[in-house]
Design a protein around this ligand. Structure first.
Ligand SMILES: Nc1ncnc2c1ncn2[C@@H]1O[C@H](COP(=O)(O)OP(=O)(O)OP(=O)(O)O)[C@@H](O)[C@H]1O
Ligand SMILES: O=C(O)C1=C[C@@H](O)[C@@H](O)[C@H](O)C1
Ligand SMILES: [Mg+2]
Length: 168
């Protein structure tokens, strides 16, 4: 039986947290939601970390927690959408598990984030921010071992597909 970690990367609202929870349950693996670990340890919201230290402060906490959480095996690690950005993080993820990139169409992401106030990078016109961030990150998720387009799949279907690929 394969004990490698499964690491989910991808743009905001592609389902990393939701699908990660399903996978961890199915495999009886430890669930690590990076955003939740960061807010739990910091005792403040992601929005507050951004407001108080800027995006750079958040990114350095995120990289440190990521590298720590990647140690060990039998974990499902749902990363935040920008965890792939800092130099070296992609390589360390590839070394420590099976990396799955979740994608979705621009319109799908815009619909999934509507009404959610917890993403500081989407402050202002969320639809325009999603378009511009997707453009900036066009190549950022391509390093993954496999990619799943979630636009037409429900979260159970996404999880089943990942399990098939993981066990193959
Ligand atoms: N395949 C899917 N079909 C329909 N809705 C989905 C799907 N995946 C996720 N969602 C919905 O989209 C929203 C965002 O999902 P989730 O929080 O899991 O995304 P995320 O990738 O963890 O985002 P972030 O990078 O901001 O942490 C939730 O309301 C979730 O139910
Ligand atoms: O895509 C991003 O840069 C982010 C996604 C979220 O998961 C959080 O990590 C934070 O809001 C930043
Ligand atoms: Mg998440």
């Amino acid at each position: 039986m394969d004990d490698r970690n499964i690491i989910l990367v991808g743009m905001m609202a592609t389902g990393k947290s939701t699908v990660g929870a399903i996978l961890a349950e199915e495999l009886d693996y430890e669930l690590v939601d990076l955003d939740a670990v960061i807010t739990g340890r910091e005792g403040r919201s992601i929005a507050d970390i951004f407001a108080e230290g800027g995006e750079q402060a958040f990114r350095s906490i995120e990289s440190a927690v990521l590298q720590e959480m990647l140690q060990g095996e039998r974990k499902v690690i749902s990363t935040g959408g920008g965890a792939v950005l800092a130099p070296g993080n992609a390589e360390v993820m590839l070394e420590h598990g099976f990396v799955v990139a979740l994608t979705a169409s621009e319109d799908t992401i815009i619909e999934r984030v509507s009404g959610d106030e917890n993403r500081p990078l989407l402050a202002g016109n969320a639809a325009n921010r999603v378009r511009s961030i997707m453009e900036q990150r066009r190549e950022a998720y391509r390093f993954a071992h496999c990619t799943v387009d979630t636009t037409e799949l429900n979260v159970a279907e996404v999880s089943q597909y990942i399990l098939l690929r993981y066990r193959a």
